[in-house]
Design a protein around this ligand. Structure first.
Ligand code: LLP
Length: 427
Protein backbone atom coordinates (compact mmCIF):
# COMPACT_ATOMS: atom_id res chain seq x y z
CA UNK A 1 0.00 0.00 0.00
CA UNK A 2 1.36 3.41 -0.95
CA UNK A 3 0.59 5.32 2.20
CA UNK A 4 2.27 3.06 4.77
CA UNK A 5 4.99 4.71 6.88
CA UNK A 6 6.77 4.04 10.14
CA UNK A 7 6.06 6.70 12.75
CA UNK A 8 8.89 8.06 14.96
CA UNK A 9 7.68 5.93 17.90
CA UNK A 10 8.10 2.77 15.78
CA UNK A 11 4.47 1.96 15.08
CA UNK A 12 3.48 1.86 11.44
CA UNK A 13 1.02 4.45 10.20
CA UNK A 14 -1.42 3.77 7.40
CA UNK A 15 -2.94 6.73 5.64
CA UNK A 16 -1.79 8.84 8.61
CA UNK A 17 -3.22 6.57 11.35
CA UNK A 18 -1.10 4.42 13.68
CA UNK A 19 -1.92 0.72 13.41
CA UNK A 20 -2.16 0.48 17.19
CA UNK A 21 -5.07 2.92 17.00
CA UNK A 22 -6.64 0.97 14.15
CA UNK A 23 -6.44 -2.22 16.21
CA UNK A 24 -8.02 -0.52 19.22
CA UNK A 25 -10.85 0.91 17.18
CA UNK A 26 -11.60 -1.98 14.81
CA UNK A 27 -10.13 -5.03 16.54
CA UNK A 28 -8.08 -7.82 14.97
CA UNK A 29 -7.93 -9.64 12.70
CA UNK A 30 -9.06 -7.02 10.21
CA UNK A 31 -8.36 -6.05 6.62
CA UNK A 32 -7.37 -2.41 6.01
CA UNK A 33 -7.85 -1.17 2.49
CA UNK A 34 -6.26 2.01 1.15
CA UNK A 35 -9.01 3.71 -0.86
CA UNK A 36 -6.70 6.22 -2.57
CA UNK A 37 -4.43 3.40 -3.74
CA UNK A 38 -7.42 1.44 -5.04
CA UNK A 39 -8.68 4.44 -7.01
CA UNK A 40 -5.19 5.16 -8.35
CA UNK A 41 -4.91 1.60 -9.62
CA UNK A 42 -8.32 1.84 -11.30
CA UNK A 43 -7.15 4.99 -13.06
CA UNK A 44 -3.82 3.43 -14.06
CA UNK A 45 -5.69 0.59 -15.79
CA UNK A 46 -8.21 2.90 -17.45
CA UNK A 47 -5.43 5.23 -18.66
CA UNK A 48 -3.24 2.39 -19.89
CA UNK A 49 -6.00 0.96 -22.06
CA UNK A 50 -7.43 4.29 -23.20
CA UNK A 51 -10.65 4.98 -25.03
CA UNK A 52 -10.57 2.03 -27.41
CA UNK A 53 -10.65 -0.57 -24.66
CA UNK A 54 -12.70 -1.46 -21.60
CA UNK A 55 -11.48 -2.44 -18.16
CA UNK A 56 -13.75 -4.75 -16.19
CA UNK A 57 -12.74 -5.14 -12.54
CA UNK A 58 -13.14 -8.82 -11.56
CA UNK A 59 -15.45 -8.70 -8.57
CA UNK A 60 -14.49 -12.15 -7.34
CA UNK A 61 -11.22 -10.67 -6.02
CA UNK A 62 -13.20 -8.57 -3.55
CA UNK A 63 -16.59 -6.92 -3.81
CA UNK A 64 -18.59 -4.66 -1.54
CA UNK A 65 -21.03 -1.81 -2.03
CA UNK A 66 -18.45 0.89 -1.29
CA UNK A 67 -15.99 -0.67 -3.70
CA UNK A 68 -18.63 -0.81 -6.45
CA UNK A 69 -19.26 2.92 -5.95
CA UNK A 70 -15.53 3.66 -6.25
CA UNK A 71 -15.39 1.63 -9.46
CA UNK A 72 -18.38 3.47 -10.82
CA UNK A 73 -16.85 6.85 -9.95
CA UNK A 74 -13.55 5.86 -11.57
CA UNK A 75 -15.37 4.80 -14.74
CA UNK A 76 -14.50 1.11 -14.61
CA UNK A 77 -16.79 -1.74 -15.60
CA UNK A 78 -17.46 -4.78 -13.45
CA UNK A 79 -17.26 -8.50 -14.03
CA UNK A 80 -19.48 -10.62 -11.78
CA UNK A 81 -19.71 -14.40 -11.67
CA UNK A 82 -22.70 -15.21 -9.49
CA UNK A 83 -26.15 -14.00 -8.57
CA UNK A 84 -24.71 -12.73 -5.29
CA UNK A 85 -22.07 -10.61 -6.98
CA UNK A 86 -24.67 -9.34 -9.44
CA UNK A 87 -27.01 -8.40 -6.59
CA UNK A 88 -24.22 -6.50 -4.81
CA UNK A 89 -23.29 -4.65 -8.00
CA UNK A 90 -26.87 -3.63 -8.80
CA UNK A 91 -27.65 -2.73 -5.21
CA UNK A 92 -24.67 -0.39 -5.12
CA UNK A 93 -25.89 1.31 -8.27
CA UNK A 94 -23.50 0.01 -10.91
CA UNK A 95 -25.26 0.64 -14.25
CA UNK A 96 -26.25 -2.77 -15.62
CA UNK A 97 -24.84 -2.08 -19.07
CA UNK A 98 -21.38 -1.86 -17.49
CA UNK A 99 -21.68 -5.32 -15.91
CA UNK A 100 -20.41 -8.55 -17.48
CA UNK A 101 -21.77 -11.86 -16.20
CA UNK A 102 -19.48 -14.90 -16.11
CA UNK A 103 -19.62 -18.49 -14.92
CA UNK A 104 -19.49 -22.04 -16.20
CA UNK A 105 -22.82 -23.03 -14.70
CA UNK A 106 -25.05 -20.01 -14.28
CA UNK A 107 -28.49 -21.03 -13.09
CA UNK A 108 -31.61 -20.24 -15.08
CA UNK A 109 -32.65 -17.83 -12.32
CA UNK A 110 -29.29 -16.06 -12.46
CA UNK A 111 -29.48 -15.71 -16.23
CA UNK A 112 -33.05 -14.42 -16.04
CA UNK A 113 -32.05 -11.84 -13.48
CA UNK A 114 -29.02 -10.73 -15.49
CA UNK A 115 -30.95 -10.42 -18.76
CA UNK A 116 -33.88 -8.66 -17.08
CA UNK A 117 -31.50 -6.22 -15.38
CA UNK A 118 -29.97 -5.47 -18.78
CA UNK A 119 -26.35 -6.50 -18.15
CA UNK A 120 -24.04 -5.35 -20.90
CA UNK A 121 -22.79 -8.80 -21.68
CA UNK A 122 -23.04 -12.41 -20.68
CA UNK A 123 -19.98 -14.58 -21.28
CA UNK A 124 -21.20 -17.92 -22.63
CA UNK A 125 -19.26 -20.88 -21.36
CA UNK A 126 -20.89 -24.00 -22.87
CA UNK A 127 -23.16 -25.26 -25.66
CA UNK A 128 -26.06 -25.61 -23.21
CA UNK A 129 -25.67 -22.03 -22.08
CA UNK A 130 -25.80 -20.67 -25.63
CA UNK A 131 -29.29 -22.11 -25.96
CA UNK A 132 -30.35 -21.25 -22.42
CA UNK A 133 -29.41 -17.58 -22.66
CA UNK A 134 -30.96 -17.28 -26.13
CA UNK A 135 -34.28 -18.73 -24.92
CA UNK A 136 -34.40 -16.60 -21.80
CA UNK A 137 -33.56 -13.45 -23.74
CA UNK A 138 -36.24 -14.21 -26.31
CA UNK A 139 -38.86 -14.96 -23.70
CA UNK A 140 -38.08 -11.60 -22.08
CA UNK A 141 -38.25 -9.90 -25.44
CA UNK A 142 -34.55 -9.06 -25.38
CA UNK A 143 -31.55 -9.55 -27.58
CA UNK A 144 -28.67 -10.24 -25.19
CA UNK A 145 -25.16 -9.12 -26.01
CA UNK A 146 -22.81 -12.08 -25.42
CA UNK A 147 -19.22 -13.20 -25.75
CA UNK A 148 -18.11 -16.80 -26.14
CA UNK A 149 -15.40 -17.98 -23.79
CA UNK A 150 -12.75 -20.09 -25.47
CA UNK A 151 -9.76 -22.03 -24.18
CA UNK A 152 -6.78 -21.14 -26.30
CA UNK A 153 -4.46 -23.94 -25.15
CA UNK A 154 -1.82 -21.76 -23.48
CA UNK A 155 0.09 -23.23 -20.56
CA UNK A 156 0.17 -20.32 -18.11
CA UNK A 157 3.01 -20.59 -15.64
CA UNK A 158 1.03 -20.50 -12.46
CA UNK A 159 -0.54 -22.87 -9.94
CA UNK A 160 -2.60 -25.65 -11.56
CA UNK A 161 -5.78 -24.59 -9.76
CA UNK A 162 -5.69 -21.08 -11.21
CA UNK A 163 -4.49 -21.85 -14.76
CA UNK A 164 -7.45 -21.77 -17.12
CA UNK A 165 -6.39 -21.86 -20.75
CA UNK A 166 -5.38 -25.48 -21.22
CA UNK A 167 -8.17 -27.61 -22.68
CA UNK A 168 -8.58 -30.23 -19.95
CA UNK A 169 -10.66 -28.13 -17.56
CA UNK A 170 -14.22 -27.02 -16.93
CA UNK A 171 -14.16 -23.51 -18.44
CA UNK A 172 -14.85 -22.47 -21.99
CA UNK A 173 -14.99 -24.04 -25.43
CA UNK A 174 -11.76 -25.27 -27.00
CA UNK A 175 -10.34 -23.59 -30.06
CA UNK A 176 -8.53 -26.79 -30.90
CA UNK A 177 -10.83 -29.35 -32.51
CA UNK A 178 -13.36 -26.71 -33.52
CA UNK A 179 -15.64 -26.50 -30.44
CA UNK A 180 -15.25 -22.74 -30.32
CA UNK A 181 -16.02 -22.34 -34.03
CA UNK A 182 -19.09 -24.52 -33.59
CA UNK A 183 -20.21 -22.38 -30.65
CA UNK A 184 -19.94 -19.27 -32.82
CA UNK A 185 -21.95 -21.01 -35.55
CA UNK A 186 -24.74 -21.84 -33.10
CA UNK A 187 -24.75 -18.43 -31.41
CA UNK A 188 -24.99 -16.59 -34.74
CA UNK A 189 -28.11 -18.59 -35.61
CA UNK A 190 -30.07 -17.61 -32.49
CA UNK A 191 -32.26 -14.51 -32.52
CA UNK A 192 -32.02 -13.94 -28.77
CA UNK A 193 -28.26 -13.36 -28.98
CA UNK A 194 -26.09 -10.57 -30.28
CA UNK A 195 -22.65 -12.13 -30.54
CA UNK A 196 -20.19 -9.33 -29.81
CA UNK A 197 -16.98 -11.28 -29.58
CA UNK A 198 -14.66 -13.81 -28.02
CA UNK A 199 -13.37 -14.13 -24.47
CA UNK A 200 -10.25 -15.82 -23.13
CA UNK A 201 -8.82 -15.94 -19.61
CA UNK A 202 -5.54 -17.80 -19.35
CA UNK A 203 -5.08 -17.89 -15.59
CA UNK A 204 -3.99 -15.84 -12.60
CA UNK A 205 -0.84 -14.45 -10.96
CA UNK A 206 1.00 -14.32 -14.29
CA UNK A 207 4.17 -12.24 -14.65
CA UNK A 208 5.00 -12.24 -18.30
CA UNK A 209 3.04 -10.90 -21.23
CA UNK A 210 3.81 -13.75 -23.64
CA UNK A 211 0.87 -15.95 -22.56
CA UNK A 212 -1.53 -13.06 -23.20
CA UNK A 213 0.11 -12.45 -26.57
CA UNK A 214 -0.32 -16.08 -27.63
CA UNK A 215 -3.93 -15.97 -26.46
CA UNK A 216 -4.55 -12.76 -28.43
CA UNK A 217 -2.95 -14.31 -31.51
CA UNK A 218 -5.20 -17.39 -31.31
CA UNK A 219 -8.35 -15.40 -30.62
CA UNK A 220 -7.66 -13.20 -33.65
CA UNK A 221 -7.24 -16.44 -35.61
CA UNK A 222 -10.79 -17.38 -34.64
CA UNK A 223 -12.11 -13.92 -35.64
CA UNK A 224 -10.57 -14.50 -39.03
CA UNK A 225 -12.19 -17.95 -39.34
CA UNK A 226 -15.53 -16.44 -38.37
CA UNK A 227 -15.17 -13.71 -40.98
CA UNK A 228 -14.22 -16.23 -43.66
CA UNK A 229 -17.05 -18.63 -42.81
CA UNK A 230 -19.89 -16.25 -41.95
CA UNK A 231 -18.85 -12.89 -43.39
CA UNK A 232 -19.23 -11.47 -39.87
CA UNK A 233 -16.56 -9.39 -38.16
CA UNK A 234 -16.90 -9.74 -34.41
CA UNK A 235 -16.25 -6.42 -32.75
CA UNK A 236 -14.66 -7.35 -29.45
CA UNK A 237 -12.07 -9.53 -27.78
CA UNK A 238 -11.76 -9.88 -24.04
CA UNK A 239 -8.44 -11.22 -22.82
CA UNK A 240 -9.48 -11.78 -19.22
CA UNK A 241 -7.52 -11.00 -16.09
CA UNK A 242 -4.56 -12.65 -14.49
CA UNK A 243 -1.83 -10.07 -14.13
CA UNK A 244 0.31 -10.99 -11.12
CA UNK A 245 1.20 -8.79 -8.16
CA UNK A 246 4.16 -8.72 -5.77
CA UNK A 247 3.32 -10.80 -2.72
CA UNK A 248 6.98 -10.89 -1.71
CA UNK A 249 10.00 -8.95 -2.96
CA UNK A 250 10.85 -11.90 -5.24
CA UNK A 251 7.87 -11.14 -7.49
CA UNK A 252 8.32 -8.77 -10.43
CA UNK A 253 4.91 -7.78 -11.80
CA UNK A 254 4.18 -6.12 -15.15
CA UNK A 255 2.50 -2.72 -15.13
CA UNK A 256 -0.92 -2.13 -16.76
CA UNK A 257 0.64 -0.02 -19.53
CA UNK A 258 3.04 -2.85 -20.43
CA UNK A 259 0.21 -5.33 -20.87
CA UNK A 260 -1.92 -2.75 -22.70
CA UNK A 261 0.89 -2.03 -25.14
CA UNK A 262 1.67 -5.70 -25.75
CA UNK A 263 -1.98 -6.54 -26.38
CA UNK A 264 -2.86 -3.62 -28.60
CA UNK A 265 0.27 -4.15 -30.68
CA UNK A 266 -0.33 -7.81 -31.34
CA UNK A 267 -4.06 -7.44 -31.95
CA UNK A 268 -3.51 -4.41 -34.20
CA UNK A 269 -0.76 -6.10 -36.20
CA UNK A 270 -2.55 -9.39 -36.68
CA UNK A 271 -5.89 -7.84 -37.56
CA UNK A 272 -4.23 -5.66 -40.15
CA UNK A 273 -2.47 -8.65 -41.65
CA UNK A 274 -5.78 -10.55 -41.78
CA UNK A 275 -7.68 -7.57 -43.20
CA UNK A 276 -9.94 -7.39 -40.12
CA UNK A 277 -11.17 -4.23 -38.46
CA UNK A 278 -9.35 -3.95 -35.13
CA UNK A 279 -11.76 -5.16 -32.44
CA UNK A 280 -12.28 -3.40 -29.14
CA UNK A 281 -10.10 -5.01 -26.47
CA UNK A 282 -11.28 -5.59 -22.94
CA UNK A 283 -9.52 -6.95 -19.87
CA UNK A 284 -10.66 -8.15 -16.44
CA UNK A 285 -8.02 -7.49 -13.79
CA UNK A 286 -9.02 -8.32 -10.22
CA UNK A 287 -5.95 -9.05 -8.15
CA UNK A 288 -3.79 -6.40 -9.84
CA UNK A 289 -6.25 -3.67 -8.84
CA UNK A 290 -7.29 -4.64 -5.33
CA UNK A 291 -4.58 -7.07 -4.15
CA UNK A 292 -1.86 -4.61 -3.19
CA UNK A 293 -4.28 -2.12 -1.63
CA UNK A 294 -5.02 -4.01 1.60
CA UNK A 295 -3.20 -5.74 4.44
CA UNK A 296 -4.41 -7.94 7.24
CA UNK A 297 -3.66 -6.90 10.80
CA UNK A 298 -3.33 -9.70 13.36
CA UNK A 299 -2.46 -9.87 17.03
CA UNK A 300 0.15 -12.38 18.14
CA UNK A 301 -1.25 -14.82 20.69
CA UNK A 302 1.15 -17.67 21.37
CA UNK A 303 4.75 -18.29 20.38
CA UNK A 304 6.31 -21.75 20.22
CA UNK A 305 10.06 -21.99 19.51
CA UNK A 306 11.36 -25.26 18.05
CA UNK A 307 15.10 -25.14 18.70
CA UNK A 308 17.21 -25.11 15.58
CA UNK A 309 14.15 -25.31 13.32
CA UNK A 310 11.74 -22.38 13.46
CA UNK A 311 9.36 -20.54 15.74
CA UNK A 312 5.62 -20.95 15.34
CA UNK A 313 3.83 -17.64 15.80
CA UNK A 314 0.08 -18.02 16.24
CA UNK A 315 -2.13 -15.11 15.30
CA UNK A 316 -5.83 -14.50 15.95
CA UNK A 317 -6.99 -15.40 12.41
CA UNK A 318 -5.71 -17.93 9.89
CA UNK A 319 -7.01 -20.00 7.01
CA UNK A 320 -10.53 -18.62 7.53
CA UNK A 321 -9.36 -15.12 6.51
CA UNK A 322 -6.59 -16.20 4.11
CA UNK A 323 -6.98 -19.62 2.52
CA UNK A 324 -4.46 -18.89 -0.23
CA UNK A 325 -1.38 -20.23 1.54
CA UNK A 326 -3.05 -23.55 2.31
CA UNK A 327 -4.77 -23.79 -1.08
CA UNK A 328 -2.11 -22.62 -3.53
CA UNK A 329 1.10 -22.64 -1.52
CA UNK A 330 0.93 -18.87 -1.89
CA UNK A 331 3.76 -16.81 -0.47
CA UNK A 332 3.24 -13.83 1.79
CA UNK A 333 5.45 -11.62 3.90
CA UNK A 334 4.85 -10.39 7.44
CA UNK A 335 6.10 -7.47 9.52
CA UNK A 336 5.95 -6.39 13.14
CA UNK A 337 4.03 -3.13 12.96
CA UNK A 338 3.07 -2.08 16.48
CA UNK A 339 6.58 -1.05 17.58
CA UNK A 340 10.16 -0.85 16.42
CA UNK A 341 12.60 -3.59 17.39
CA UNK A 342 16.37 -3.95 17.12
CA UNK A 343 16.28 -7.63 18.07
CA UNK A 344 17.89 -10.27 15.83
CA UNK A 345 15.62 -11.73 13.15
CA UNK A 346 14.25 -15.22 13.87
CA UNK A 347 12.82 -17.66 11.35
CA UNK A 348 9.08 -17.97 11.91
CA UNK A 349 6.03 -19.66 10.50
CA UNK A 350 2.92 -17.56 11.05
CA UNK A 351 -0.02 -19.83 11.73
CA UNK A 352 -3.67 -19.32 12.58
CA UNK A 353 -5.91 -20.59 15.34
CA UNK A 354 -7.78 -23.25 13.37
CA UNK A 355 -7.84 -26.93 14.18
CA UNK A 356 -5.47 -28.22 11.56
CA UNK A 357 -1.76 -28.06 10.97
CA UNK A 358 -2.14 -26.79 7.39
CA UNK A 359 -3.54 -23.56 8.83
CA UNK A 360 -0.56 -21.48 7.72
CA UNK A 361 -0.67 -17.77 6.89
CA UNK A 362 3.00 -17.17 6.10
CA UNK A 363 5.11 -20.27 5.57
CA UNK A 364 8.60 -18.83 6.03
CA UNK A 365 9.46 -15.35 7.24
CA UNK A 366 11.61 -13.48 9.69
CA UNK A 367 10.34 -11.52 12.68
CA UNK A 368 12.35 -9.95 15.52
CA UNK A 369 13.39 -12.44 18.23
CA UNK A 370 11.81 -10.29 20.95
CA UNK A 371 8.35 -10.81 19.45
CA UNK A 372 5.80 -11.15 22.23
CA UNK A 373 2.11 -11.91 22.70
CA UNK A 374 0.11 -8.75 22.09
CA UNK A 375 2.37 -7.51 19.28
CA UNK A 376 0.61 -6.60 16.06
CA UNK A 377 1.82 -8.08 12.78
CA UNK A 378 0.68 -7.15 9.29
CA UNK A 379 0.50 -9.34 6.20
CA UNK A 380 0.53 -7.13 3.08
CA UNK A 381 -1.16 -7.69 -0.28
CA UNK A 382 -4.28 -9.38 1.07
CA UNK A 383 -6.79 -7.25 -0.85
CA UNK A 384 -7.60 -9.95 -3.41
CA UNK A 385 -9.09 -13.38 -2.74
CA UNK A 386 -8.77 -13.17 1.04
CA UNK A 387 -11.99 -11.59 2.35
CA UNK A 388 -13.78 -12.87 -0.75
CA UNK A 389 -12.68 -16.45 0.00
CA UNK A 390 -13.02 -16.15 3.77
CA UNK A 391 -14.94 -18.90 5.57
CA UNK A 392 -16.56 -19.58 8.91
CA UNK A 393 -14.44 -22.68 9.53
CA UNK A 394 -14.48 -23.49 13.24
CA UNK A 395 -17.26 -20.88 13.40
CA UNK A 396 -14.71 -18.15 12.93
CA UNK A 397 -16.22 -14.70 12.56
CA UNK A 398 -15.14 -13.21 9.28
CA UNK A 399 -13.08 -10.04 9.78
CA UNK A 400 -14.19 -6.55 8.76
CA UNK A 401 -12.84 -4.58 5.84
CA UNK A 402 -11.90 -1.06 6.88
CA UNK A 403 -11.26 1.61 4.27
CA UNK A 404 -8.51 4.03 5.21
CA UNK A 405 -8.35 7.43 3.55
CA UNK A 406 -6.96 10.89 4.36
CA UNK A 407 -6.32 10.15 8.02
CA UNK A 408 -9.77 8.63 8.49
CA UNK A 409 -10.93 5.03 8.67
CA UNK A 410 -14.37 3.63 7.94
CA UNK A 411 -15.78 0.11 8.11
CA UNK A 412 -17.09 -0.93 4.68
CA UNK A 413 -17.80 -4.57 5.57
CA UNK A 414 -18.41 -5.09 9.26
CA UNK A 415 -17.04 -7.90 11.39
CA UNK A 416 -19.32 -10.89 11.70
CA UNK A 417 -20.86 -11.55 15.09
CA UNK A 418 -21.94 -14.71 16.80
CA UNK A 419 -25.50 -13.49 16.23
CA UNK A 420 -24.80 -13.49 12.48
CA UNK A 421 -23.73 -17.13 12.73
CA UNK A 422 -26.64 -18.17 14.89
CA UNK A 423 -29.19 -16.36 12.73
CA UNK A 424 -28.64 -18.92 9.99
CA UNK A 425 -28.84 -21.83 12.36
CA UNK A 426 -32.58 -22.42 12.54
CA UNK A 427 -32.70 -26.03 13.73
N1 LLP B 1 -11.67 -13.00 -15.53
C1 LLP B 1 -12.03 -14.28 -15.37
C2 LLP B 1 -12.89 -14.93 -16.34
C3 LLP B 1 -11.56 -14.99 -14.25
O1 LLP B 1 -11.91 -16.27 -14.09
C4 LLP B 1 -10.73 -14.35 -13.31
C5 LLP B 1 -10.24 -15.06 -12.15
C6 LLP B 1 -10.40 -13.00 -13.51
C7 LLP B 1 -10.89 -12.36 -14.65
C8 LLP B 1 -9.56 -12.22 -12.57
O2 LLP B 1 -8.29 -12.72 -12.43
P1 LLP B 1 -7.16 -11.90 -11.64
O3 LLP B 1 -6.83 -10.67 -12.46
O4 LLP B 1 -7.72 -11.51 -10.33
O5 LLP B 1 -6.04 -12.83 -11.52
N2 LLP B 1 -8.76 -17.51 -6.05
C9 LLP B 1 -7.52 -17.50 -6.81
C10 LLP B 1 -7.67 -16.87 -8.14
C11 LLP B 1 -8.77 -17.49 -8.94
C12 LLP B 1 -9.17 -16.56 -9.98
C13 LLP B 1 -10.30 -17.06 -10.77
N3 LLP B 1 -10.63 -16.25 -11.88
C14 LLP B 1 -6.41 -16.87 -6.01
O6 LLP B 1 -6.63 -16.60 -4.84
O7 LLP B 1 -5.32 -16.68 -6.50
Amino acid sequence: SRTVHRAPGGAVTVGGIEVTRLAEEFGTPAYFLDEADFRARCRAWADAFGRDADVFYAGKAFLSRALVRWLDEEGLNLDVCSGGELATALDAGMPAERIAFHGNNKSVEEIERAVAAGVGRIVLDSFQEIVRVAHIAQSLGRRQRVLIRVTVGVEAHTHEFIATAHEDQKFGLALAGGQAAEAVRRALRLDGLELAGIHSHIGSQIFDTSGFEVAAHRVVGLLKEVRDEHGVELSEIDLGGGLGIAYTSADDPREPHEIAKALSEIVGRECEAAGLRTPRISVEPGRAIVGPTAFTLYEVGTIKPLDGLRTYVSVDGGMSDNIRTALYDAEYSVALVSRASDAEPMLVRVVGKHCESGDIVVRDAFLPADLAPGDLVAVPATGAYCRSMASNYNHALRPPVVAVRDGGAKVIVRRETEDDLLRLDVG
